[in-house]
Design a protein around this ligand. Structure first.
Ligand SMILES: *[C@@H]1O[C@H](CO)[C@@H](O)[C@H](O)[C@H]1NC(C)=O
Ligand SMILES: *[C@@H]1O[C@H](CO)[C@@H](O)[C@H](O)[C@H]1NC(C)=O
Ligand SMILES: *[C@@H]1O[C@H](CO)[C@@H](O)[C@H](O)[C@H]1NC(C)=O
Ligand SMILES: *[C@@H]1O[C@H](CO)[C@@H](O)[C@H](O)[C@H]1NC(C)=O
Ligand SMILES: *[C@@H]1O[C@H](CO)[C@@H](O)[C@H](O)[C@H]1NC(C)=O
Ligand SMILES: *[C@@H]1O[C@H](CO)[C@@H](O)[C@H](O)[C@H]1NC(C)=O
Ligand SMILES: *[C@@H]1O[C@H](CO)[C@@H](O)[C@H](O)[C@H]1NC(C)=O
Ligand SMILES: *[C@@H]1O[C@H](CO)[C@@H](O)[C@H](O)[C@H]1NC(C)=O
Ligand SMILES: *[C@@H]1O[C@H](CO)[C@@H](O)[C@H](O)[C@H]1NC(C)=O
Ligand SMILES: *[C@@H]1O[C@H](CO)[C@@H](O)[C@H](O)[C@H]1NC(C)=O
Length: 203
């Protein structure tokens, strides 16, 4: 509880600190390719990154980092493989990236199949008093099978989905990546102009 309150306060402090330097607008929609009306991937969701790290006193602390117009830097991605589309979000001064790998199986079912994240820990507003053992770049990966739907359909889920199968590397762990208010169509038919998400699975 204490750490929740603390994290909330911390986030507020960070927002104020960071807003003055790099104000970036969070896109309401992640679309690939960007600036095209023929899309191969479209998504929208809220995201909170929960990172546990060791402090100099040896205790663990959890930093809850919401993706918002202050923490977000930019997004990108690739649809070059017919059965694998990737959305990459970059946040925290470009030091942290989260890569969502969507795949399509032989039955044309699509899913979020893999999440790769790279978190850079430094003694900054997000990871105060971090131990020297926690500092540096930490890669994480987890295989998933989430948001399964037909290729021609979208997936919508307003409730929170926790991605929390990341392995700890000892002094730094992604406890979870929480997604909420999600709608996704990771394999849009790019030969036709996109108008709106297809209906599909609602969770
Ligand atoms: C960020 O979003 C909040 C709430 O939507 C808004 O009040 C604030 O002005 C935005 N900041 C920037 C820099 O866009
Ligand atoms: C997101 O895309 C949909 C479909 O193109 C559009 O209706 C909606 O206005 C967009 N939302 C934002 C915030 O850009
Ligand atoms: C995409 O569109 C936005 C706004 O319309 C513009 O600022 C940006 O430069 C465009 N990007 C590319 C790669 O064309
Ligand atoms: C996180 O750090 C703050 C201040 O450093 C401390 O008050 C709080 O108890 C810590 N939380 C945990 C779970 O160690
Ligand atoms: C993050 O990277 C993008 C793209 O390379 C760049 O436009 C932006 O200025 C960078 N932001 C920071 C804070 O380094
Ligand atoms: C995404 O997943 C597909 C299928 O599992 C795989 O072929 C591809 O290499 C993955 N891409 C990344 C960047 O992990
Ligand atoms: C998957 O989609 C492709 C392209 O639309 C189609 O040719 C193929 O028959 C579909 N396969 C199945 C199992 O539905
Ligand atoms: C960092 O640790 C020092 C000494 O334990 C403490 O006084 C300070 O409040 C901590 N700072 C933060 C931001 O947690
Ligand atoms: C995760 O998926 C990748 C590619 O599909 C595979 O190479 C790897 O063995 C899987 N890892 C686990 C722990 O299942
Ligand atoms: C984690 O921190 C401890 C000291 O607290 C250190 O001995 C250990 O090597 C660190 N582990 C990793 C994987 O860095």
């Amino acid at each position: 509880m204490l750490s929740n309150i603390y994290s909330t306060l911390l986030s507020l402090v960070c927002l104020i600190l960071i807003s003055s330097t790099n104000a970036v607008e969070l896109p309401g929609n992640y679309t690939l390719p960007k600036n095209s009306s023929n899309l191969c991937l479209i998504a929208r969701f809220d995201l909170v990154l929960n990172v546990e790290y060791t402090q100099i006193d040896g205790k663990k602390n959890i930093s809850k980092i919401p993706l918002n117009n202050e923490t977000f830097q930019y997004y990108d991605g690739a649809c070059d493989l017919s059965n694998s589309h990737t959305l990459t979000l970059t946040l925290l001064d470009n030091l942290t990236t989260i890569l969502f790998n969507f795949s399509m199986d032989e039955k044309n079912k699509t899913s979020l199949s893999r999440v790769l994240a790279t978190v850079t820990i430094a003694d900054n507003a997000f990871f105060p008093n971090c131990s020297k053992y926690a500092r540096g770049i930490h890669p994480f990966v987890t295989n998933e099978s989430l948001f399964i739907t037909d290729r021609s359909k979208s997936y919508r889920c307003n409730a929170q989905t926790k991605i929390d199968n990341f392995k700890s590397d000892g002094n730094v762990t992604i406890k979870s990546i929480d997604l909420q208010n999600l709608r996704i169509q990771p394999f849009v038919d790019s030969s036709i102009i996109f108008h709106d998400y297809e209906t599909g699975k609602n969770d």
